[in-house]
Design a protein around this ligand. Structure first.
Ligand code: CMC
Length: 393
């Protein structure tokens, strides 16, 4: 036994060194490999961000073309995966399907078990980034009873994903470039966020030397919770429950009530105590998408705007530094694009995969990393003698 620092929720413990993402929560700064998120989201595309996160530098045109080509080559999933999907109930939550199907990939790629080989690690990363949209679209198509749409590799990453989600074999489909760009930006905003719960889960799972696909499945499981990635789904459900702007006040009062566990979903952040820079870009994207789709009088949007206004002016929220976070806006945008709420966290998982795998690789390459093994402060009974069952009670 020994004395250990008690730090529930790891609010003051750094478990690793990382060169990937920098956050200054007080200043509202988010940098990927030193580049501000605003600039990447404005000028780059998602695969460029993936390259940057994985390799540490922005790609040259030739590197970018090569990277896009390599990701594209891995978009198909083993055809037997189709049968794996058939085993689910149609009403299965797509996050449950994602946990399982990404975990199942570990059974298909035995070469990925050699994680000491840098080349194998990179191939596993490519496979993961490339196959997530395919699996996510399959999870969606399965729940609505439509046939799976195979990837079309002459499309860009995000248009390909939109097509796999929304095309049907009997009709021509062309992704709307404005929506495609908006979704691509959503992916960039979600690509990494240093040592959040799901990324720490992936690192912890990976620290034992486990198969990378299985580690990502663990990350997806963690992301699912409403305090983390599930917040975008929870935020939209909350807006639906509120229903009309007149009822916003009632819910704000509930959130402030000490005796009521209710929280405003899509508000607050563990690290950003000033504002969430992703939320600012996201809010702009939300308006672009709603404009493009001609959505003006959406009751959900009215509720969201009212809530945003009230909360930003309310003393409780100001004092506790609670601002709308990225999930508050992303839910509204994804819904407008036609995604059902149950898919929101799946899209988050799709985008975060690069962060997870990049952090996983960084950990494997770091000689100072050991198996993750937190300690505890034991507060249970002290040693006592066993009593046979006949003598109990
Ligand atoms: N509504 C009402 N009160 C809140 C909220 C909220 N959304 N968030 C925090 N508070 C209060 C909380 O009750 C506490 O009050 P007190 O000090 O009086 O006990 C105080 O603010 C601090 O909260 P905390 O739970 O200690 O803060 P945390 O850093 O542990 O939690 C959080 C951060 C994001 C889990 C939390 O703000 C929350 O539950 N928000 C709603 C869910 C959400 O939107 N999550 C998405 C996070 S962003 C995406 C991601 O990273 O996955």
């Amino acid at each position: 036994t020994g004395m250990f620092t008690y730090d529930p929720g790891f609010t003051s413990t750094a478990a690793c060194e990382s060169k990937i993402t920098y956050i200054d929560g007080d200043e509202g700064v988010l940098l990927y490999r030193g580049y501000p998120i605003e600039q990447l989201a404005e000028h780059g595309d998602f695969l460029e961000t993936c390259y940057l996160l994985l390799y540490g530098e922005l790609p040259t045109p030739a590197q970018k073309a090569d990277f896009d080509y390599r990701v594209t080559r891995h978009t198909m999933v083993h055809d037997q995966m189709q049968r794996f999907f058939q085993g689910f109930r149609r009403d299965a939550h797509p996050m449950a399907v994602m946990v399982a199907s990404v975990g199942a990939l570990s059974a298909f790629y035995h070469d990925s078990t050699d994680i000491t080989d840098e080349k194998q690690r990179m191939i596993a990363s490519m496979r993961m980034i490339a196959k997530m949209p395919t699996l996510a679209a399959m999870a969606y198509k399965y729940t609505i009873g439509q046939p799976f749409i195979y990837p079309k590799n002459d499309l860009d990453y995000t248009s390909n994903f939109l097509r796999m989600c929304f095309a049907v074999p009997c009709e021509e489909y062309q992704a709307n470039p404005v929506l495609s760009r908006a979704l691509d930006r959503i992916f960039i905003l979600h690509a990494d966020h240093e040592q959040n719960a799901s990324t720490s889960t992936v690192r912890l799972a990976g620290s034992s030397g486990a198969n990378p696909f299985a580690c990502i499945a663990a990350g997806i499981a963690c992301l699912w919770g409403p305090a983390h990635g599930g917040a975008n789904e929870a935020a939209l459900k909350m807006l639906e429950e509120i229903g009309k702007p007149e009822r916003v006040g009632e819910y704000v009062a509930k959130a402030k009530d000490k005796n009521d566990p209710f929280r405003l979903m899509g508000f607050g952040h563990r690290v950003y105590k000033n504002y969430d820079p992703r939320a600012r870009i996201m809010a702009k994207t939300t308006h672009e998408v709603l404009n493009e789709l001609g959505i003006k009088d959406d009751p959900l949007l009215d509720v969201a705007m009212e809530l945003e206004q009230i909360a930003l002016k309310d003393e409780y929220f100001i004092e506790k530094k609670l601002y709308p976070n990225i999930d508050f806006y992303s839910g509204i945008t994804l819904k407008a694009m036609g995604f059902p709420t149950s898919m929101f966290t799946v899209l988050f998982a799709l985008a975060r995969t690069v962060g997870w795998i990049g952090q996983w690789a960084e950990m494997i390459e770091d000689p100072s990393q050991k198996i993750g093994r937190p300690r505890q402060l034991y507060v249970g009974p002290s040693k006592r003698e066993y009593v046979s069952i006949a003598q109990r009670g």
